[in-house]
Design a protein around this ligand. Structure first.
Ligand code: KIV
Length: 265
């Protein structure tokens, strides 16, 4: 296993033109597998609200829920850099509230950094966390915690809005974040932002010119049963594998072929 990923390795990757792989993870089982696969960054996303807890939006997830998932993921990896999302309502009051929340994640879970949503308006907050020694990932473009203001899952940064997006990206970088997620923005705008910034850009629905890519793992590997966004590529159909396995188990239990003698004491 190679050395643990550090923020400098992300900067080096960008400088050398090496793409960065990121996935979400919410538990120790997947974290260990994704780490073994060499995924560079694991995000304990607040998408856990949808994926793990079955909620309609990310807004309802609590700090305690995110803390326990973050602890599971951070404890399971040897190499990957683990970042936890700060939940909605735990940082918007300003730098002091954000610092108190971020410190809990760093002290209580073992994650290596935190992510928060927003651009110019959270620059002071990012600066405060960075000054306290906490690596920060920004998140601009479509920001799910603001889905009701943004009018649902809609592409951001089109036309005249590209200028605001570029200003947000600059503010996040100047505040000291080491990376920024660009979600659901036109590929040409993402390419421009990536070229303009010294820090790493991680795209999701932002084309292939960003420095790295992130996907919600259940979308990418087919565990969710619902519709997946058009920007997702499906690498597996784990939902069908599990369904077949559960049906086979049920059949074996019902016809008493499980457990066999070799599976009994
Ligand atoms: O919560 C999450 O999974 C995220 C990714 C979509 C970037 O923020």
């Amino acid at each position: 296993m190679s050395a643990r990923m550090r923020t400098r390795h992300f900067a080096q990757a960008k400088a050398e033109g090496r793409k960065i792989s990121c996935l979400t993870s919410y538990d120790a089982l997947t974290a260990a597998i994704f780490d073994e696969a060499g995924i560079d960054l694991l995000l304990v996303g607040d998408s856990a609200a949808n994926v793990v807890l079955g909620q309609a939006s990310t807004l309802s997830i609590t700090t305690d829920e995110m803390l326990s998932m973050s602890r599971a993921v951070a404890g399971a990896v040897e190499r990957a850099f683990v970042v936890a999302d700060l939940p909605f309502g735990t940082y918007e009051e300003g730098p002091a509230q954000a610092l108190a929340t971020a410190v809990r994640f760093m002290k209580e879970t073992g994650v290596h950094g935190v992510k928060l949503e927003g651009g110019v308006e959270v620059a002071d907050t990012i600066r405060t966390l960075v000054d306290a020694g906490i690596p920060v990932v920004g998140h601009i473009g479509f920001t799910p915690q603001s889905e009701h203001t943004l009018g649902g899952y809609v592409v951001q940064g089109r036309g005249g809005a590209a200028e605001k997006l570029r200003a947000d990206a600059r503010a996040v970088a100047e505040a000291g974040a080491f990376a920024v997620v660009l979600e659901m923005i036109p590929a040409d705008v993402a390419a421009q932002v990536t070229a303009e910034l010294d820090i790493v850009t991680i795209g999701i629905g932002a084309g292939n010119a960003t420095d790295g890519q992130v996907l919600v793992w259940t979308d990418a590997f087919g565990l969710g049963r619902g519709k997946t966004p058009s920007f997702v590529r499906r690498y597996a159909d784990l939902g069908s594998v599990l369904l077949d396995a559960a049906r086979a188990y049920k059949a074996d239990v019902e016809d008493a072929s499980f457990p066999a003698e070799s599976e009994s004491f």
